[in-house]
Design a protein around this ligand. Structure first.
Ligand code: 3PY
Ligand code: MG
Length: 255
């Protein structure tokens, strides 16, 4: 369908996004062709750079799916470039303060709620709008999600959620579990990590924001949905390949 990602999420629809770290454009296209409504390109921990993300977004768009990009820490200039090239949603990692949230979200939005710089030629083309229409709709259609995944972020959550130009929060359960255990254990699927994620979603929803989360299995997707999250990742290309490669080799282990 032609609905915008922002409209789907705001109307309460769940959106599952594939998560891509391998930067050949066929990889995110495969996610989209296999039915994922959205594909997230990981420019923080994956192999993508700006050029490969541009190619990937074209391939995803061709397959009719939403484009989400996770930027490297603090790279708000790249956020602007990626939306200009057709990202529907930017996820910014390690947002730890009001100032982090404000500078990030403002880079994604045009005045009066932000200071995004003008020239969305590609984004307007991909969304099927004239540039005038694009200007009218961009602030509502383009999403800024701040990752909440540190103790500082939890401490500053109310302030972060007060940022007008921010659309939502996105929980990173691995870093969150490291923060909660003070570095003692990585426990993204643990009960305590899940409870804290639920509290983050509750606060976000109460503040009128959207909530998203990185999930490592289908049970976590269900838990997150019940906690009010609507944007959930499920399926990472590197992990798919890792699991399938091991399984394939195991089948011929008799050799
Ligand atoms: C985390 O779990 O910390 C993430 O950033 C998800 O990729
Ligand atoms: Mg993280």
């Amino acid at each position: 369908d032609n609905a915008f990602l922002a409209d789907k999420l705001r109307s309460g629809k769940a959106v599952i996004t594939g998560w891509s770290q391998l930067s050949a454009p066929m990889v995110p296209e495969l996610f989209a062709r296999s039915g994922y409504q959205a594909v997230t390109l990981d420019l923080q921990h994956g192999m993508y750079d700006f050029a490969s993300a541009c190619e990937a977004m074209a391939a995803i768009a061709l397959a009719g799916a939403h484009r989400i990009a996770r930027i490297p820490v603090g790279d708000n200039a790249l956020a602007g470039r990626l939306i200009d090239m057709g990202a529907d949603c930017i996820i910014a990692p390690m947002i730890n303060s009001l100032r982090d949230a404000e500078t990030f979200a403002r880079a994604v939005k045009y005045p009066p709620i932000g200071d995004r710089s003008w020239s969305p030629f590609r984004a307007a083309m991909l969304s099927g709008q004239t540039r005038d229409q694009y200007l009218e709709n961009a602030n509502a259609q383009t999403l800024a999600f701040a990752m909440i995944e540190t103790q500082d972020a939890i401490d500053a959550l109310d302030e972060i959620l007060s940022v007008d130009s921010l659309d939502g929060v996105f929980v990173g359960p691995s870093d969150l579990s490291l923060a909660l255990s003070k570095g003692a254990s990585l426990d993204p699927n643990g009960a305590h990590t899940g409870e804290v994620a639920g509290e983050i979603a509750e606060k976000a929803l109460a503040a009128g924001k959207l909530a998203g989360i990185f999930c490592l299995n289908a049970d976590k997707v269900e838990e997150a949905y019940n906690q009010g999250f609507r944007l959930m990742s499920h399926g990472v290309d590197t992990l798919f390949l890792d699991h399938s490669a091991r399984a394939a080799l195991k089948e011929v282990a008799w050799l």
